[in-house]
Design a protein around this ligand. Structure first.
Ligand code: ACM
Length: 546
């Protein structure tokens, strides 16, 4: 159910805003006449999410006008692709033509210039870093890679007024504050997981979520493709997984699955936005949909019925049967062929109906199947109860009540070379209720308000884990209770940008008091994009203008 926000809530936000004593023109409540003046004032340089590495404001800045061109290197397909993407965002709202033209065209160096180059200053910003220089007459984005250029475009997008996100012509001016931003991420892994098994989400909904992740410079979409309630990816060698195992979902709706072409379309959409898709087949538990589709995968040879409830931990692949590993080999082989990225996620959580001995046997046999097909192993942190293969990544999903022995096991694995992605359930689980009044979501790890989601440090969270073992952060969005894009929006926003900032921004910029103001300034953008979000009383929101 979507929740509606009454006048009382808006007034409460205004009072909070007054209490915070902010004088920011972008967040202050304003009269209709003040709005016109505000429109002329550009977003202060660097006041974006995630906070950039270094901001050096100064000068008059750049203004997009009817004459602006987007200039790229002639014959440089990557620069042109990012240029067309930027033009696609800017054209509908500005109403300008914004041609993407060759930089060497000879008609001046003005306009928006996009440049990929291996100059040492660019290389020093790494695979995803970029620089934006905003000056009178020119706005330049440079990077060593197309991904960095793309992140630079997201920065420019957030420096422009929120109305730029609307798809109909809006009034300008379209100014970017003057100065230089130099930026690169703190962590290489910044992701979110979308559970398309409990409720199925068609390709268009997944693309919408990818676009939201890209706006906050996230670079991994982990797709939870199978669980007890549904198998969501076509596997040619075991076709009933999708056609039967994908035929329902929580609550008994029709479910669905992605054909291989549809899945490739998702992977391509993500790649064009700097994101890798990490597919997860959860094993040996969370497998009822597979067990229902093929009787031979069950130890007793009897297929259980399809399942549409939300209990966990009752299913298990048959660890003792050879056919189980033929099945895993086929599935991983077909999935690896669809996965340009480095990892396949094999789950491993909540194997409550598999003995410890069987669990170890299973993980020992399955990990080499993943590496044989050229992919790295990723799994939930229960992998550390077995022997992680070299290069394995364990995804920690513990919370404040997780026992010390379990934490120690994860920390010891990290000391022995296993890399960690941090998804603490009481911080980063986007399916968790904000407070007792949240209608959607679960709460087994407690309530996760916006400050709780933001106010922790991935670098010190797991005491004893070496700093270089932390690959980054991921915010999982489980969907037992969520079935529409508006519901995904409401649970992901405004927590997801906080996790994105933990993954991207230097620890030195971490400051809840300042962050909540920057976060509030994102709301008009979400309104313009037609997104829902939770108007947390912890954040000094401007009035909604939807
Ligand atoms: C999980 O939440 N079962 C990984």
């Amino acid at each position: 159910m979507r929740q509606h926000h009454g006048t009382a809530c808006v007034l409460g936000s205004l009072l909070l805003l007054a209490a915070a004593g902010t004088s920011s023109s972008a967040t202050a409540p304003r009269s209709a006449s003040g709005a016109a003046a505000d429109r002329a004032a550009p977003v202060p340089l660097g006041r974006i999410v995630p906070a950039p590495l270094a901001v050096d404001p100064g000068g008059p800045g750049f203004e997009i006008t009817a004459k602006t061109r987007i200039r790229v290197g002639s014959g440089n397909a990557e620069e042109r692709r990012v240029g067309e993407y930027l033009a696609g965002i800017l054209r509908p709202s500005t109403g300008y033509r914004l041609p993407v033209t060759d930089r060497e065209g000879g008609d001046g160096g003005d306009g928006i210039r996009l440049r990929i180059s291996a100059e040492p200053a660019n290389k020093a910003l790494g695979d995803e870093g970029y620089r934006v220089i905003s000056a009178r007459g020119s706005l330049t984005i440079t990077s060593w890679t197309a991904t960095g250029l793309f992140h630079g475009v997201q920065t420019v997008r957030q420096q422009l007024p929120a109305a730029v996100e609307r798809r109909t012509p809006q009034r300008g001016p379209w100014r970017v504050a003057g100065g230089t931003i130099k930026d690169k991420p703190r962590y290489a892994y910044r992701g979110s997981m979308l559970d398309v098994s409990r409720h199925f989400f068609p390709v268009e909904h997944v693309k919408r979520y990818i676009d939201q992740l890209a706006l906050y410079k996230m670079n991994k979409l982990h797709l939870h493709l199978s669980d007890d309630q549904g198998w969501r990816i076509a596997i040619d060698s075991w076709p009933r997984l999708a056609t039967y195992g994908g035929s329902t979902q929580v609550g008994g709706g029709p479910g669905g699955y992605y054909t291989k072409d549809q899945y490739k379309d998702i992977v391509a959409h993500a790649a064009a936005r700097g994101l890798q898709v990490i597919p997860e087949i959860d094993m040996p538990s969370h497998t009822n949909a597979a067990l229902a589709s093929y009787a031979e995968l069950n130890c007793d040879g009897v297929a259980p019925p399809l399942y549409t409830g939300i209990e966990v931990g009752f299913s298990s692949l048959c660890v003792a049967k050879d056919v189980t590993y033929e099945f895993v080999d086929d599935v991983v082989r077909e999935l690896a062929a669809l996965t340009p990225g480095g990892q396949v996620h094999i789950g491993g959580d909540e194997a409550h109906s598999t003995s410890h001995e069987d669990f170890v046997t299973f993980m020992d046999k399955v990990q080499p199947i993943v590496t044989k097909h050229g992919k790295g192993v990723m799994a939930w942190h229960q992998l550390t109860e077995t022997t992680p293969v070299p290069g394995a990544v364990a995804q920690y999903w513990g919370y404040d009540r997780t026992g010390q022995a379990e934490r120690d096991r994860v920390v010891n694995a990290a000391r022995n070379g296993t890399k960690l992605v941090l998804s603490p359930a009481d911080r980063s689980y986007l399916d968790h209720k904000y407070d007792k009044d949240t209608k959607l979501g679960l709460s087994w790890a407690g309530y996760v308000e916006v400050q709780r989601a933001y106010d922790w440090d991935p670098g010190t969270y797991l005491q004893g884990a070496p700093a270089d073992a932390i690959l980054g952060v991921e915010a999982p969005l489980w969907t037992e209770t969520l079935s529409t894009p508006a519901q995904l929006d409401y649970m992901a926003f405004p927590r997801l940008p906080g996790i994105a900032e933990l993954g991207w921004s230097p620890a030195a910029t971490h400051d809840w008091g300042k962050y909540r103001t920057r976060l509030a300034e994102q709301a008009p953008r979400w309104d313009a994009l037609g997104m829902d979000y939770y108007r947390s009383p912890q954040v000094p929101w401007p009035p909604s203008r939807r």
